[in-house]
Design a binder for this molecule. Sequence first.
Ligand code: PAF
Length: 292
Amino acid sequence: MQVLHAPEQLAPYFGCALVPTMGALHAGHGALMRRMSGRGMPVLATVFVNPTQFAPREDFAKYPRTLADDVKLAEECGADAVFAPTAETIYPFGLDAARAEAAAWPLPDVAHQPRLEDASRPTHFGGVCQVVARLFDLTQPAMAVFGEKDFQQLRVLEDMAAMARAANGRWGSLVIEAAPTVREHDGLAMSSRNRYLQPEQRDRALALVRALQHAAAATDPPSAERIMRTTLEAHGLTVDYAVVRHASTLLPVTSWHAPTRALIAARIGDVRLIDNMSMPIRAGLGEPGGQG
Ligand code: PAF
């Protein structure tokens, strides 16, 4: 297993399957690497805690840095190399210039219209797009995989890649692949933040997946939203959002007729957790595929 730090070392990995991460790797990241192995291209995992996607009040300094363990897990899960660049490699003009660039990043609609993560973290997706674009430029992957756990991020990056392709063919035929959320045995979505939960909070965190399961059985999206909020609040969680949205635009919906996704962000103490789930499509009367 090679650990690369310099861009000059990347040429043998051009055309790779890229697994971008911020480290603190867990089995969910491992699943992304396993998913990419055996595709006839090298698997390159990146580990870089990106300062420009953290707001000043967020936990950039506290974010766990566990490179030795990350490299071990990446190797066990089929990665061929780990690229762990320095901030100077990613942002050669310094952090202030990088933050200014991130703030002006041309974002797709799905990064600022839905009022989901974008509402509470208005500078977040500028930083995410910036660093992922930089990683794509440096590593020239054939494909890149992102987890559905960060569903809005996934949709933003899919649209960013499509915009770049349409504008000037940047990143050629790069394929963005979505990977399903990996869950613990009891359904809790795997997240680097789960390590901050006390055992009693860990139990209450199951309200997220339970709320999403209840939502899938609701008669319509507004009822699903009420059920999710009630479930979360009954377990003492503070709800940031608990909504049903169009699965592609992430804009509000009032029926189950289109592909939809239920999405939650909620806090337990200081820990903010997110989760989401695809909702079943139900054709209504007069709808294509319906009974009337
Ligand atoms: O999802 C993450 O870990 C990060 O947002 C990403 C995509 C690696 C960019 O820093």
